[in-house]
Design a protein around this ligand. Structure first.
Ligand SMILES: [Zn+2]
Length: 98
């Protein structure tokens, strides 16, 4: 897996600034319009726009992705679950120590 730098953009859900993406499947090279990714900060599933900004992936997009690429859909969900797990642990630590 290779990580590619892209123009600075922010997650539309949490406003975390993102400037890199790691390609898990597909052709070599940076992200293409329509590619899906996960915000490392909040776990929201995002999609690269034609200008390579990020927007929330729609239900239709995710449904199509599940139909066409079920194995890659599972990988995407695993990445999201991993980030969600880390965020739950962080929240628990804050609760424990504050
Ligand atoms: Zn986010």
């Amino acid at each position: 897996m290779e990580t590619y730098r892209h123009n600075l953009t922010s997650c539309p859900q949490c406003r975390h600034e993102l400037d890199a993406a790691t390609k898990v499947t597909g052709n070599a090279g940076g992200p293409d319009p329509g590619d899906l990714t996960v915000c490392l900060n909040c776990g929201t599933i995002l999609q690269f726009t034609p200008a390579l900004a990020l927007e929330r992936a729609s239900r239709e997009t995710l449904s199509d992705f599940l139909q066409k690429e079920p194995n890659n859909f599972i990988m995407l969900m695993r990445a999201k679950k991993g980030i969600d797990y880390i965020n739950r642990q962080r929240a628990r630590m804050r609760h424990t120590w504050n």
